[in-house]
Structure formats: C-alpha cells, structure tokens
Design a protein around this ligand. Structure first.
Ligand code: HEM
Length: 417
C-alpha cells in the first residue's frame, strides 16, 4: 500500500480546501528514512516523539502518533478512503476505497466469508498445505524460506478458498508479482516509473481477465468457494455486478497474499535470531496465538495504510491543522511502538496479556482477512516448530535485506540440523 498515490475524487475536489496546512516539523532527509524498512522501530519512536504528524510533501502527511492515527482511522467522515490507488486497477478497490454507509453493506456480505468459524473449517486444509511445503525441503537441512515457503504457502491457501487447483499457483504468483513486485518481472521497473506502471497495468488486465472467466464459470457451475458465494450474494435485494466482484477479487489478490508472506519472513527472521523466544514456542505451543499478536505488533509487516483524504479542514486532537484535500497516511508501525499506547513497546514479550496493536488497522476498514491471516500464521508456527524446532540463519547469509514496500525479508536463508 506504500506505493499508492492519490488523486482526490470529483466530490473531494469540490470540497473547500480551507487555508489550514499540516505542521512540518523537520526536513526532507527524513522522507527517505521513512521507507527504510530494515530496523524501523527506533525511527518510528523518534517520529512519535517529534510530534507525530509529518507533511512529507505538500498535500501528503503521515500520522505516526497512536492517538492521531486512531483519530484518522475512526473518523471516516473527516478522512475519506475514496482515493484512486494506482495499482493496475481501473476502478476503486472494494471495500478499501469505499466509504460508509456503502462500505458497511460490503462488509456485511464479506465478513461471514472470513469469520473465525469459517477459518475453523479451513484449519485442516491450511495445515496440510503448510506441511506439504515443509516436506519439500526438510531433509535438505536448509531452505530459502522466503521463496520456498513464505511466498507460496498463502497463495496456495487462497487457491483452496476460491476452489482452484494447485496448478494455478504460478499464474497467481505472477499476477501478484506484477502488481506488488513489478521488478521481478521487469528489473528496469525498479528505477523506471513508466516501465513499472506498464508491468502493473498488464498484471491488472491479467487479474481482470482471469477473474472474469472464473466468475462466468462459477455462474454456470456454482460451488462452495468464495467466488461462487459472491456470485450468489445480494445487496438490497440485487445481485453483485461482475465489476463489483472483480473489484473485490482484485483487492484480495493485493491484500491477502503478500501480507501473510511478508509477515512470515519477518517472524522467522526474528525467531531465527532470538533463540529464547523460539524456545518459548517449542516448549509451550499454547503461547503461539499470543506470539503471533506480539510479532505482528513488533514487526508491523504492513507499515502504513491506504491514504485517507481530509474531506474538510480538520483540527487534530493535538491541535494541528490538516487542510482539506490533504492525503493522510497512517503509520501502523509507529502506533504499535508509541509509548503512550505501549509503555514497554520495545520489549518483545510473548506473555503480554493485553495487546491492542493496530497491525490490522482500525476503524471500519480494519482488515477483513485478519482471521485468515492469523490462522495461517498460527498454523505455520505450530507445524514448523513441531518439525523443525531448532534453526538459524544460514552461515554467509546473516545480513538480512529488507527492500522498500511492505516490511519483508528478501531471500531469508535458514538452516537446521
Ligand atoms: C498478516 C497479514 C495481514 C496484515 C498485516 C493485514 C493488514 C491490513 C491492514 C493494516 C488493513 C487496513 C488498511 C487501511 O485501513 O488502509 C487491511 C485491510 C484489508 N485486508 Fe488485510 N492484512 C493481512 C492479511 C489479509 C488477508 C489474508 C486478506 C484476505 C482476504 C486481507 C484482506 C484485507 C481487505 C479486503 C482489507 C480492506 C478492508 C476494508 O476496507 O474494509 N488481509 N489489512
């Protein structure tokens, strides 16, 4: 979501932009640092302590302090999600770019598909898929965890949820990479914005045409999978249009695959380098749900959310003025180590009793897939540590690379005896 750029919609453009401006407490050298994902927590804390709201360029600000972030996320009438995200999509993503009250209609329809009870039904399938990938490398004593587990496992689970065969895994990964890692498809895309946009747009077209065919197929032969459920679903007595289903599925591809992959690489990099924490999990697997929450808080794999656009001039809780039309991006990573919300936030503690982190966001747009993500993360920690309790960074690969974007480790190499 970090790659998003924003353009106010017509309605937003017609809003009074007012004369207020966002306070800019320091210079632009901090902007580059914002996107350095290698060890962001100390910088997050510094930004919180230096005021918590930073205008990184005219009309675009980041909220770092937890109270300011909460204010933005919980006041959707002041901060609209109706922004144009240039991610290869040609229409708004549903429900991310939809404001209440329409947003609630979509969530009422989608929430039950990802409920904890639905995830209970998926548990055996998720566990089977995790073990299938571990089987492929366990005897080797080493693996590229990023490529051989983290990147493939969530996509495989998702294929199951939409009732597609494993044979489609590579097609899926290709579509995902086209949007989220265009440089994997065209290395020039890393430095050349036009090439980057071209790859993303092509991937967007692939996603639309892949799911258009699938929707057609499910209309003919409905099953029990997500697309079939969307085909049958109704809002106000009317069925969803094909475009609406496409806009939902597009978001699922973007939001549901990479986020879990990225979380897994962060978690395993942490555990491979913190044997005390790892041993806690091995000795008492019942702490896994708490460990997952704590690692989500500490790592904040989705460092920031989709931009919100101020619908009018807003006075923030700390007195700062935000001008109408300003795009405000909430830093979940910073809120998760803000001392006002987490007094001992720099300690990673699996025995934390209360953990009100915002790694899944907050307010009406709080992550739709959080129960699925949690299930995948918990199952992985359980199955992996049952089969591979002791592991470490492969010698020669101790330097971890965290590329820009969502927080993740590229080519995390781990070994075991
Ligand atoms: C550990 C993994 C995940 C993390 C850290 C994560 C994080 C987030 C965050 C922070 C948001 C809020 C974005 C915002 O308000 O701007 C969000 C929204 C969303 N996430 Fe996740 N997510 C994860 C996994 C998933 C999965 C597996 C799905 C699969 C369906 C998913 C689907 C969504 C959707 C559809 C939204 C938009 C919800 C709305 O607008 O109402 N996410 N996620």
């Amino acid at each position: 979501m970090k790659n998003a750029t924003t353009e106010p919609s017509k309605a937003e453009e017609s809003q009074d932009r007012g004369a207020h401006s966002v306070t800019m407490p320091f210079g632009n050298e901090d902007v580059d640092a914002l996107f350095d994902m290698s060890a962001p927590q100390p910088r997050y804390r510094e930004l919180v302590e230096r005021g918590g709201l930073v205008e990184v360029m005219p009309g675009c600000a980041f909220a770092f302090a937890a109270p300011l972030s909460e204010f933005v996320l919980k006041h959707h009438e002041l901060f609209s999600s109706r922004v144009q995200m240039h991610l290869g999509n040609v229409r708004p993503l549903i429900p991310l770019n939809v404001d209440p009250p329409q947003h609630a209609q979509y969530r009422r329809l989608l929430d039950p598909i990802f409920s904890p009870r639905q995830m209970d039904r998926q548990e055996a399938d998720i566990s089977r898929r995790a073990n299938q990938f571990i089987d492929l490398f366990i005897d080797r004593g080493t693996c590229n965890f990023t490529e051989e587990f983290a990147e493939v496992f969530p996509s495989s689970v998702f294929l199951g949820l939409i009732g597609l065969p494993e044979a489609d895994l590579r097609t899926f990964l290709h579509m995902r990479d086209g949007i989220l890692h265009p440089e994997k498809i065209d290395p020039e895309a890393l430095v050349d914005v036009q090439r980057r946009t071209a790859v993303m747009n092509r991937a967007g077209e692939e996603i639309y045409s892949y799911f258009t065919a699938l929707i057609k197929d499910r209309k003919r032969q409905p099953g029990n999978d997500i697309v079939s459920r969307l085909v049958r679903a109704e809002i106000d007595g009317g069925q969803l249009g094909t475009d609406e289903i496409l806009d939902i599925m597009f978001l699922f591809v973007i939001a549901g695959l990479d986020t879990v992959s990225d979380s897994l690489t962060c978690f395993f990099a942490f555990l491979a380098t913190h044997p005390d924490h790892r041993n806690q999990i091995v000795e008492d697997p019942t702490i896994i749900p708490a460990a997952v929450e704590e690692l989500l808080r500490w790592e904040s794999p989705v460092p920031s959310g989709a931009p919100r656009v101020a619908t009018r001039g807003v006075t923030m809780p700390d007195g700062t003025e935000v001008a109408a039309g300003t795009a405000v991006i909430v830093s979940y990573g910073a809120a998760n180590v803000d001392p006002s919300a987490h007094p001992d936030g720099f300690e990673v503690r699996f025995d934390r009793k209360v953990n009100r982190h915002v790694a899944f966001g907050a307010g009406v747009h709080r992550c739709l897939g959080s129960h699925l993500a949690r299930r995948e993360l918990r199952v992985t920690l359980r199955e992996w540590h049952r089969r591979i309790p002791d592991y470490w960074l492969t010698p020669g690969h101790e330097r971890l690379e965290f590329p820009p974007g969502l927080r993740h480790v590229k080519d995390l190499m781990i070994s075991w005896a």
